[in-house]
Design a protein around this ligand. Structure first.
Ligand code: HSE
Length: 424
C-alpha cells in the first residue's frame, strides 16, 4: 500500500480553504495541521476538523513528521520565515506567493537546493492556469523569445468594463470593489505590482536568469480614460495591461504597462478576470495559456497539483522532479525603458489652426520618428482639436525628446500619457 504523505497547511483564507477542500479526501495525503492567525476568525468550511487548527505555524514547520508545507499566507514577512524554516528542515514547500518568489526566490531556491528539497509555485502565476510546469517540462526543448500576458484579473476586469461601458476608471474600480473583484486597497493590482511579480517569475524561467524585480518598468491602469478606448477601437485596437518579457540582444526587456493590442491578436479578446499568456519560442513557435487567474478553487487546483507531483515521487526517489529545480546563477541585464523600441499611441490637445499637424510631422521626422497615422478627431467649441497619432517603431528616448520639443509649441495644449502598442 502507498505510504501517506503528511502535509502542513499555512493559511486558511480563500486559497487555503480551497486547498483543504481538495486535499482532505485524497487518500495519498494527510493534512496534519493547519496554521491560522486567529482560531475564532476561521471561515466556515463544512466538515472542517477544528482540532487541526493551530495559531502557532512554527509548530507545523518544525514537526519532523510533516513532509510537505503548503504556504498560502501571502506577503514576504512570516511567509518567508516559515518557508525558510521548512526548507532548512528538509521539507518540500508549495506556495502561491508570487511576491515572495519574485522578491526572494533566489535565496529560497538556494536553501531548497542545499537541502535537496523542492519549492514549487505553479499557483503564483496565472492562478489555475498551468504555466510553470509546462514551461519547465513540456517546453523544455524550446528557446524562449518573447512572453506577453494578461496576468492580473482585477485590472483586466476594470479595463473590460471601461471599454464596454465607456466608463471612467474611478467608477469602474468602485463597482469592482463592490462586486469583490478588486481589493479594498487595490494598489498592488491597479499599479501593476502583481503583474510585475508574475512576469519576473516567467522571465526568470524562460531566460534562465535571475531577475531583479525592482528593475521592472511598471505603469498601472489608473491614468487611462474611456476616450482612449474609443480612439484605440477606431484604429482596430483594444487596451490591455500587458506584462512583457523579451530578449533584446544580450539584455532582457521586462515590463508591465497598458498597451494597445490589435484586435487580430488573441490577447485582445481576453476579457473580465480571465488571464492569458502567449509565449513565442522555438521550435514550438507560439503557444497560449488561458484560464482563471485567481479564485479559491482554480488557485487550489494549481497548489494541489504541485503537492501531488511531489507526493507521486516522494517515496520512490530522493531527488524529485529535477526539471522543477531552479539553477539560475547569472543576473539578467534589464533594458531600461527609454532604450526600448515600440510603436506609440499619442493623444494631443491642440488649437485647431493650420499647420499644427505639419509641425507635429516635422518635429517627429527630425528625430527619425515615422508616423503611421495622424488624424484630427473631435474639435471643441473653444477651438481645441484632439489629434491622435500612431507612430512607427522608434526608440522611446527619441520619442520623449520629440514630445518635449512639441510641448514647447504654442499651438500644443496637452500631450496625454503615451500608450505603447504591442507588436504581434
Ligand atoms: N489579485 C490578482 C488578480 C490575483 O487580480 O489577478 C492574485 O495574484
Amino acid at each position: 500500500m502507498e505510504q501517506v504523505v503528511n502535509i502542513g497547511l499555512l493559511g486558511l483564507g480563500t486559497v487555503g480553504g480551497g486547498v483543504y477542500k481538495v486535499l482532505r479526501n485524497n487518500p495519498a495525503v494527510n493534512i496534519v495541521k493547519i496554521a491560522v492567525k486567529d482560531k475564532n476568525e476561521v471561515q466556515e468550511i463544512d466538515g472542517l476538523d477544528k482540532n487541526l487548527l493551530t495559531e502557532d505555524a512554527k509548530v507545523i514547520v518544525t514537526n519532523p513528521d510533516i513532509d510537505i508545507i503548503i504556504e498560502v499566507i501571502g506577503g514576504t514577512g512570516a511567509a518567508y520565515e516559515f518557508i525558510k524554516m521548512a526548507l532548512e528542515r528538509g521539507k518540500h514547500v508549495v506556495t502561491a506567493n508570487k511576491e515572495l518568489i519574485a522578491k526572494r526566490g533566489d535565496e529560497l531556491f538556494e536553501i531548497a537546493k542545499q537541502n535537496n528539497v523542492l519549492l514549487l509555485f505553479e499557483a503564483a502565476v496565472g492562478g489555475g492556469i498551468p504555466i510553470i510546469m509546462p514551461m519547465k517540462m513540456s517546453l523544455a526543448a524550446n528557446k524562449f523569445e518573447k512572453i506577453a500576458g494578461i496576468l492580473n484579473g482585477t485590472t483586466n476586469y476594470i479595463l473590460t468594463k471601461m471599454d464596454e461601458d465607456n466608463a471612467d476608471y474611478e467608477v469602474v474600480l468602485k463597482e469592482a470593489q463592490e462586486l469583490g473583484y478588486a481589493e479594498a486597497d487595490p494598489t498592488g493590482d491597479v499599479l501593476g505590482y502583481d503583474a510585475a511579480y508574475k512576469i519576473a517569475i516567467l522571465a526568470s524561467i524562460a531566460f534562465k536568469k535571475k531577475i531583479d524585480q525592482s528593475q521592472i518598468y511598471r505603469e498601472g491602469i489608473d491614468t487611462l480614460s474611456p476616450i482612449e478606448f474609443k480612439y484605440a477601437e477606431d484604429f482596430g485596437y483594444k487596451i490591455k495591461l500587458i506584462a512583457l518579457a523579451q530578449s533584446v540582444g544580450n539584455k532582457l526587456d521586462v515590463r508591465v504597462h497598458p498597451m494597445l493590442v490589435s484586435k487580430t491578436h488573441p490577447l485582445a479578446h481576453i476579457n473580465n478576470v480571465t488571464n492569458s499568456v502567449v509565449m513565442q519560442a522555438q521550435p514550438v513557435n507560439q503557444v497560449m495559456f488561458t484560464g482563471p487567474g485567481a479564485g479559491e478553487m482554480p488557485t487550489a487546483s494549481s497548489v494541489c497539483a504541485d503537492v501531488l507531483s511531489i507526493v507521486s515521487e516522494i517515496h520512490t526517489t530522493n531527488f524529485l522532479l529535477p526539471e522543477m529545480r531552479c539553477n539560475n546563477t547569472e543576473k539578467a541585464d534589464i533594458l531600461p525603458i527609454d532604450e526600448t523600441e515600440n510603436k506609440y499611441f499619442i493623444r494631443i490637445d491642440a488649437t485647431d489652426t493650420p499647420g499644427v499637424i505639419g509641425s507635429i510631422g516635422n518635429i517627429c521626422s527630425k528625430f527619425g520618428i515615422n508616423l503611421n497615422y495622424i488624424i484630427q478627431k473631435d474639435v471643441t467649441k473653444d477651438g481645441m482639436a484632439t489629434i491622435v497619432i500612431l507612430t512607427g517603431m522608434c526608440k522611446e528616448k527619441d520619442l520623449i525628446t520629440a514630445l518635449n520639443e512639441l510641448s514647447n509649441l504654442s499651438s500644443i495644449n496637452t500631450i496625454h500619457k503615451l500608450i505603447r502598442v504591442m507588436e504581434l
